[in-house]
Structure formats: C-alpha cells, structure tokens
Design a protein. Structure first.
Length: 266
C-alpha cells in the first residue's frame, strides 16, 4: 500500500516497477550503448460476474485498488460492500470480480464516470471556505515533484497523491496512465472508507474533464496540478465546488475555480 503518512522518503518503486533495457543514447551526435531503466506495462482482462468488461493496460502493482477504483468511478459499484471478491490471476492476465445484489446487473459504460457525477442525487454539497494559503499550494506541489522517485528514475508514471489539510501524506499511487493512478487512489479510498472531503488531491498530469469527474466521486475539494486544465474540466469543477489549480510550479500557479479557498496573505 503506497501510504507514507508516518515515514520519510516516498519510494513507490518495487521489484516489478521497472526493467532494464540496452539502448543507444546519443549526445552531441555521438552514440553510446548503455543500460536504461524502463517502466513496466502489463495488460489485464477485467471480468465482472463472469463477463469481460474491458482490457486494462496498467502498471503491475496495486491491481486490486485499480480495479475497485475503476468500478467505482465508472458507476459499477458505490461502495466496497458492493464487492464480494476480487481475484487477481497474473499468470492468466485476468482480474475476476464478483459483485453482490443489484450491482451484478448494473451496466458499465465509458461515459458513466462523468454522467453519474452530473446526476443531481450524486452531486456533493461543498462549502467553499478558505482552506490553504498560496505558500501552502506551492509547498504541496513541491512535495509531489520532489518525491516522485519512480518518475525521476523512469519518466514513465503519473502520480495521484492525497494529503490532509496539514500537508501530511495520506496515500500515494502511481501508474503509467494518469486515469489509472487516480482510479488506484479512488479504490484505496473506497476499500478503506476514507473521507476525502477535507483533503487535497495532488495530480501530476493534465486535468481533463474525466479527472475532475473522478475527483468529484472521491470527494476532494481541491485539485492541484503542474499541468493544464481544459475548458470542460474548469466548467465541471466550478459547478461542483472544486478548487482547480493548474500550472503549479516554482511558486506560481493559476486558480481556475473557487479561488476563495486560498487564504489571503496576512
């Protein structure tokens, strides 16, 4: 479990995180052969109640969290109690999920991740109150970039990081896919009944609409990223009370929605 609230350095790397490849690297038009670190990628077929629902390309760790999170953000389940079992068969390349009750017949569609959060009954009630200072925004994104060790080693992963109001790490998940990284975090929150309504999401990649939709499902009020948002992600964040912060780097950032969560300088 990539939780590092109580210890020091954040090291997400595991023996299966990366492999070594012989490459030819050119510098100033001169090529030399050397060993390079390459991020590992695997493919799993997800079966829900015996039916294949998708093929999932991902990093080979925290597969249970990823599958649970994907089912949650896609609307297939609403809580961990909707899941009877999850079996990861690495040799067969399959993840077999059994659900309980009416969830076994609930359809899953590509647009469900957005459509479900737009449903009035699913819309959270968020109070937009001052939550962190501008200095703390820069400190939080500095924490993300300074501790992304697997990214620095391979350049091949995205990170989805949950911190509390004091900036303490709650959970850190990584994957080759930015959506997967956030689904892993969502799955961990679902599996551990985590209330994210007072926490902050640090996200390493660009922030399109689907990322904000997942943030809404998780329940976080603030999303901070060094990347760019889109017009649709801004509109969705605005509608659902999320403070969306982009281009956060080197002490600078843009607040696109609900800037009142940033405490004024004293």
């Amino acid at each position: 479990m990539n939780t590092r609230a109580s210890d020091g350095a954040v090291d997400q790397a595991s023996p299966s995180s990366f492999i070594h490849e012989l490459i030819c690297r050119f510098e100033e038009e001169v090529g030399t052969y050397q060993i390079d670190t390459v991020i590992e990628e695997v493919v799993f077929t997800i079966l829900v109640d015996g039916a294949a629902v998708r093929d999932m390309t991902c990093s080979p760790w925290h597969i249970r969290e990823l599958v649970i999170g994907s089912l949650y953000t896609s609307g297939k389940i609403d809580c961990i109690e909707d899941v009877a079992s999850v079996e990861v068969d690495e040799e067969a390349g399959e993840v077999r999920v059994r659900t309980v009750g009416e969830n076994s017949s609930r359809p899953e569609t590509a647009g469900a991740v957005v459509d479900r959060v737009l449903c009035p009954t699913a819309r959270p009630s968020v109070s937009v109150e001052p939550m962190l200072t501008a200095e703390e925004v820069s400190t939080r994104i500095g924490f993300l970039e300074g501790n992304s060790q697997l990214f620095h080693r391979t350049g091949g992963v995205h990170s989805a990081v949950l911190v509390d109001g004091e900036g303490e790490l709650v959970a850190w998940f990584e994957d080759i896919g930015r959506h997967n990284a956030l689904d892993k975090l969502a799955g961990w929150c679902v599996m551990n009944h985590v209330d994210a309504s007072d926490k902050i999401l640090l996200f390493s990649g660009r922030v399109p609409r689907e990322i904000i939709a997942r943030a809404i499902r998780i329940g976080v009020p603030v999303v901070i990223s060094p990347g760019a948002p889109t017009n649709l992600s801004i509109a969705l964040a605005c509608e659902h009370g999320i403070t969306l912060i982009g281009f956060a780097k080197n002490g600078k950032f843009n607040v696109y929605t609900h800037a009142t969560r940033i405490k004024p300088a004293e």
